[in-house]
Ligand binder design. Structure first.
Ligand code: SPQ
Length: 429
């Protein structure tokens, strides 16, 4: 099992880039494949999760050429151009691949099976299977449809209205993709707005979508047309270096071309509310997504309360935000974040265990955490639980510990952030 030993370091300084946005990379393959004509993608994330999506579509007959340097050329075959895969589709560790593909495969004229690694096979799937079945989908899975492997017999779908009890972009996107195959309008509402990359990209490719307060409606049977897609750098990956620069005194970093879609930029709002100095430079829009360079300087942080609609806007960054909170003055409380318990691992428990193992003061709450900040933590040994966000969050925590931190089971960072350890080494010396 791979492990990394991380020492505290002097100021982090430089002008850096982090890999492409994972959520947008998945969607670029999916919509590029369903469009008619060629789609060229720039900045595609060459991580295990998005590559699982790429291989899945190649397995359904889509020509996808890797032009190198994050450029892809996808020869889309139209909404009904996919072919039956000859093998089980391996989604690896990627919940996005599995859940979004369930929606899309439910409307095909063929049979398919989705599976993944032992972490993904533990994650809940009824949140997607139940509303899809109400549209006429035929899906079977272990534990009464709750767990993968999942078998899908594609066929005709009916449009539906679904009021999702959770703010989840994966649930919303699965239903919007299924809605492309239904005659009429499919509407999804959610308690708070989750990331809207699917909506933006569907519109960009020519689908008819109407957003309203609390939800979105898609019209079935659109003609999608191939386009150029620019994938910005992933704010969820930039998050590790934002927090690292804030907590290591004397640091100053410029992070280039970061996606700052308001449904994802909760981390910037939270870190600024904690006293963090983060500036957005050269704000612009590319392929329908807001992008900016982020300039971050080390700052004295203070504790804050996080909850409500801010949570889905920062859901994947809450582990590293708990690291920032561990070095802030006062108490930080995270509530309404029970979704963290059903990610690659139970991220509430994993972060409580890991931070406490290196001398943090963190209490696990049913729907979040209570973190008491301190000047330094002492260091020690922690396990990532096979979860990329836990491994990278604890590497950031190590930068301000008095003794080294050993993080075990670190190969998982390849799912979303290939090159993380070398970038960290380069900056931290
Ligand atoms: O794809 P996966 O494994 O679910 O990835 C994670 C992550 O931390 O990388 C969650 F574990 O991000 C999800 C995110 O939490 C990616 C995502 C998307 O691209 O639509 C949406 C969020 O999940 P959800 O369940 O809130 O819809």
């Amino acid at each position: 099992m791979k492990q990394q030993v991380i020492h505290s370091c002097g100021p982090l300084r430089g002008d850096i880039s982090v890999p492409g946005d994972k959520s947008i990379s998945h969607r670029s393959i999916m919509l590029g494949s369903l469009a008619s004509g060629t789609t060229e993608v720039q900045g595609f994330l060459q991580g295990e999760d998005s590559l699982a999506t790429l291989l899945a579509f190649r397995g359904m007959g889509i020509g996808i050429e890797d032009l190198g340097g994050g450029w892809l050329r996808i020869e889309g075959r139209g909404l009904r151009g996919l072919q039956e895969p000859q093998d089980v589709i391996d989604c690896g560790n990627s919940g996005t691949t599995m859940r979004l593909m369930m929606g899309l495969l439910a409307g095909q004229s063929f049979f398919s099976v989705l599976s993944g690694d032992r972490y993904l096979r533990r994650r809940p799937m009824k949140r997607v299977t139940v509303p899809l079945i109400s549209m006429g989908a035929r899906i079977w899975g272990r534990c009464d449809g709750e767990r993968a492997p999942l078998a899908i017999q594609g066929g005709a779908l009916r449009p539906a209205r679904y009021d999702s009890p959770i703010a989840s972009a994966q649930v919303k996107s699965a239903l919007l993709l299924a809605g492309l195959y239904a005659d009429g309008e499919t509407t999804v509402s959610e308690p708070h707005l989750s990331r809207d990359h699917s909506e933006r990209m569907l519109k960009y490719f020519g689908a008819t979508l109407r957003s309203f307060d609390g939800g979105v409606t898609v019209s079935g049977n659109p003609r999608l047309t191939g386009r150029e897609v620019f994938v910005p750098a992933d704010i969820s990956s930039a998050a590790f270096f934002l927090v690292a620069a804030l907590v290591v005194p004397g640091s100053e970093l410029l992070i280039r071309n970061v996606g700052v879609n308001p449904t994802r930029s909760g981390i910037i709002d939270i870190l600024r509310a904690m006293g963090g100095s983060i500036e957005l430079l050269d704000a612009r829009e590319r392929s329908g997504e807001p992008v900016a360079d982020l300039w971050v300087r080390s700052s004295s942080l203070r504790g804050v309360d996080i909850g409500g609609g801010l949570v889905p806007r920062a859901i994947d960054e809450l582990p590293v935000i708990s690291v920032a909170a561990s070095f802030a003055e006062g108490v930080t409380t995270i509530r309404d974040a029970e979704e963290l318990r059903v990610k690659e691992t139970d991220r509430i428990q994993a972060m409580c265990d890991a931070l406490n193992a290196v001398g943090g003061q963190v209490e696990s709450l049913e729907d979040g955490m209570r973190i008491v900040g301190q000047e330094h933590m002492r260091g020690g040994s922690v396990n990532s639980c096979g979860d990329h966000r836990i491994a990278m969050s604890m590497a950031v925590a190590a930068l301000r510990c008095t003794a080294p931190v050993t993080v075990t089971d670190t190969a998982c960072t390849e799912t979303s952030f290939p090159g993380f350890w070398s970038l960290l080494r380069q900056l931290a010396g």
